[in-house]
Design a protein around this ligand. Structure first.
Ligand SMILES: Cc1ncc(COP(=O)(O)O)c(C=O)c1O
Length: 376
């Protein structure tokens, strides 16, 4: 996710005051007890979405056709070749997921298999080697287990954000796939991405495209986010949380909301979310489609949301790992500002979806089969 001025970018604690522990990485085997004490210097209730250096991260190298053994390290700086394709040609991809301290004290990962599969698709698109799902999930578990003191306690609403990524590295100069790759995972304790948690945020439709037809919009690759920095800054300068991107082909349909997917509730109570080949397939959105249908008994539909037909919807939201569910107050499109439920209050359906989703993530509500993977 891009961080920004309207998103909670101000560190709530000074990262410099947090001393990485002197844990010996060789003693970490991914089975640390789940009852580690929480970090004493972090104010969990005011956490935002900012970088905080945690104790250990996982790094693995791919050379000559195979991944080497991944290791946990205290070093939070990567030393890579100046010709690395990740630096020049954007050959890199990443994931964003969270670990949650559940109500019963255990530690939950939410659908990590989906992140592993999406990273494989991103790697395919940029000609990078797959990280096998078992290796991906094992790396995430190791990183969580090694940083338990940074996992926000249950009840604070915070979580431990995990950032797995693959980058092309090694000596190179031409536009070609890299000779070597790095797969790494680090974590950061986070609170809400948008200030105010479940308070509505206003968005503005951008004149820029986030993705091209047949481009890389469906892959979680850095180039998409580099291209979003300017529109994001312009949206903030005009007082909006972020921008809404329209489909790049016709500019008539909503595609995404900043670094999140869009959904809306019709006046008849139907859950609608855009379907397009240039959208990043949000795991949160895919989960909401299931929860809305199976738990809230709603009709659900992946279809077109035309920007000139917003009055068909009584509520709307942005959803994603970082955004969780952010209610959309209103959308500015050209000279019109359309308010959905309210600019200040979350609507009843969006609230129920939020309660259902976060209830599953924090172990308060039963999870559909296979959605929760425990860190033991
Ligand atoms: C462009 C974009 N769309 C949607 C999402 C939401 O996806 P997910 O729910 O898998 O986090 C993200 C976030 O991670 C994103 O960066």
């Amino acid at each position: 996710m891009t961080d920004s001025s309207t998103a909670t970018s101000t560190p709530t604690i000074d990262p410099a005051t947090i001393n990485p522990s002197t844990i010996d990485p060789s003693t970490i085997d991914g089975t640390a007890p789940v009852a580690n004490p929480a970090h004493p210097e972090i104010d969990w209730n005011t956490l935002g979405f900012s970088y905080i250096r945690t104790d250990l991260r996982y790094v693995a190298h791919w050379k000559e056709g195979a991944w080497g053994e991944g290791k946990l390290t205290e070093d939070n700086v990567l030393h890579i070749a100046e010709g690395s394709t990740a630096l020049h040609y954007g050959q890199q991809c990443f994931e964003g997921m969270k670990a949650y301290r559940a109500k019963d004290g255990t530690v939950n990962l939410f659908r990590p298999d989906m992140n592993a599969a999406r990273m494989e698709r991103s790697c395919d698109r940029l000609l990078m080697p797959h990280v096998p799902p078992e290796m991906f999930i094992d790396a995430c578990k190791q990183v969580v287990a090694a940083n338990l003191r940074f996992l926000p306690p249950y009840g604070t609403g915070g979580s431990l954000y995990l950032r797995p990524f693959v980058i092309g590295v090694g000596d190179n100069i031409g536009v070609r796939t890299a000779p070597e790759f790095i797969f790494a995972v680090f974590c950061v304790p986070v609170g809400p991405y948008f200030k105010g948690g479940l308070s509505p945020v206003n968005f503005i439709v951008s004149d820029y495209d986030r993705a091209a037809p047949n481009g890389t919009g469906a892959a979680k690759v850095g180039g998409n986010y580099a291209a979003s920095l300017l529109p994001n800054q312009e949206a903030h300068a005009r007082g909006f949380g972020d921008c809404v991107y329209l489909d790049p082909e016709t500019h008539t349909k909503i595609e995404e909301v900043g670094s999140a997917n869009f959904f809306a509730i019709t006046h008849e109570g139907r859950f609608v979310t855009p379907k397009s080949p240039s959208i990043l397939a949000s795991i949160t959105r895919q989960s909401l489609l299931v929860l809305a249908r199976d738990r809230l008994g709603m009709d659900v539909e992946e279809g077109d949301v035309f920007i000139d037909n917003l009055s068909a919807y009584k509520e709307a939201g942005a959803c994603g790992t970082a955004a969780v569910i952010t209610p959309i107050g209103g959308i500015q499109y050209k000279d019109d500002f359309h308010v959905f439920h309210s600019e200040t209050e979350v609507g009843p359906v969006v609230r129920r979806l939020y309660d259902e989703l976060t209830g599953v993530q924090f172990g308060e509500r039963e999870a559909p089969e296979g959605w929760i993977v425990k860190v033991e």
